[in-house]
Design a protein around this ligand. Structure first.
Ligand code: AMP
Ligand code: GLY
Length: 368
């Protein structure tokens, strides 16, 4: 069977390497893929991850038997809906269910309805009302654009001045329609953990905990990046706590989405803050996190294609995840200067030697 994976980062590279372990898999097409993925899949750089029409045409003309949509943007744009409509089995939530990530207001309202612990919040759809609220607020405070903003829509404002600047930016149009509403919420203190679960609309199977580190320098210092590395498990949420965490943060969402007639299929990811008052949900994502995906899939012993297939068929209650007991650690190596401006086009040497080490794999992002 031929497969198609939408996306082109380290996460997609890890998914493709893992899918290839299944003997029924013949060719995997990556749209668009990247230079590293090209060693494991047929990349189609002409088709970007948000070109839904071209993705569906490609899937149909190449008779792919199964598709995985990994990044947030195509999920929010309805890539899964379009592939399903064309008769292609596809792992990932439809656009309705993807609102859990693509609208912070939608997610906060779900959490409120089910008493899922989260930061206190208010929603504003005019900057005048948000400004009036900030005049009496205490700081730090957190300001979030409602919609997807390429990971830049959340500002932790230490002072009123920073909050006003963030509000002006978000509601002033830098993120387009994504910033037409904002959530202003309580600042939470604690250690962050990522809890990801496979979901088939009714059943959730949690993966072990993971933690990503976004700041560019050692010791969690410097500007935030797309992630400098991740490991699993995160000691603050040991395996023995996973079921309890899934009951708090994942299963009520699954139940409500099913009740609304938009059952959630795919990976539901709860970003948790472990506060002194217990876990609180910071956000939901509707996909594998990057870079959490890489160490998590290194620990997954079960066949990924079979699990994804069970999610689509609503058979997850028959599946048990087999997880390697060893920890996994992913370290991102980036060009000097990242995430600011940095040189491009340098050759990376030694990848094969590293890949040949036992228990070590190289996943590539942004390479040619
Ligand atoms: P989000 O996209 O909502 O996860 O926000 C991105 C990052 O902002 C999180 O990973 C946290 O580091 C931080 N953050 C978000 N909400 C809060 C909050 N209520 N209190 C403290 N930090 C937050
Ligand atoms: N690692 C966080 C994310 O993928 O959103």
């Amino acid at each position: 069977m031929d497969l198609l994976v939408v996306g082109g980062g380290g996460r997609e590279h890890a998914i493709i390497k893992k899918l290839k372990e299944n003997p029924v898999v013949e060719t995997i097409y990556a749209l668009p893929g990247n230079g590293g993925i090209a060693a494991d899949a047929v990349c189609v750089p002409e088709i970007g991850a948000t070109e839904i029409g071209a993705i569906v045409d490609f899937a149909v003309s190449h008779a792919v038997g199964f598709a995985v949509v990994a990044p947030d943007d195509p999920l929010a744009l309805g890539c899964v809906d379009a592939l399903h409509a064309a008769g292609i089995p596809c792992f990932g939530p439809d656009a309705r269910a993807a609102r859990i990530e693509s609208s912070k207001v939608f997610a906060k309202d779900l959490m409120k309805k089910y008493h899922i612990p989260t930061a206190q919040y208010e929603v504003f759809d005019t900057s005048a009302a948000a400004l009036a609220y900030l005049k009496t607020a205490s700081f730090p405070i957190v300001i979030k654009a409602d919609g997807l903003a390429a990971g830049k829509g959340v500002v932790v404002a230490q002072t009123k001045e920073e909050a006003l600047e963030a509000l002006n930016q978000i509601m002033g149009g830098v993120f387009g329609a994504a910033g037409s509403r904002v959530v202003i919420e309580e600042f939470l203190v604690g250690e962050e953990v990522s809890l990801l679960a496979f979901c088939d609309g009714k059943t959730a199977l949690p993966l072990p905990s993971a933690q990503d580190h976004k700041a560019v320098f050692d010791g969690d210092t410097g500007p935030n990046t797309g992630g400098m590395g991740a490991y699993s498990p995160a000691p603050i949420v040991p395996d023995a706590e996973l079921e309890k965490m899934a009951d708090i943060a994942i299963r009520p969402i699954l139940a409500e989405m099913a009740r609304q007639g938009h059952p959630f299929t795919g990976i539901l990811y709860a970003g948790l803050m472990m506060t002194k008052d217990g876990p609180k949900v910071l956000e939901y994502n509707v996909r594998f996190g990057d870079p959490e995906c890489e160490p998590l899939l290194m620990r997954l012993e079960s066949d990924l294609l079979e699990i994804m297939d069970a999610c689509i068929d609503g058979r997850l209650d028959e599946v048990k995840l087999s997880i390697r007991p060893e920890s996994a650690l992913g370290v991102v190596i980036a060009a000097e200067g990242y995430p600011g401006s940095y040189p491009k086009g340098m050759e990376i040497k030694g990848i094969d030697a590293v890949d040949a080490l036992p228990d070590t794999k190289v996943f590539q992002a942004g390479t040619k």
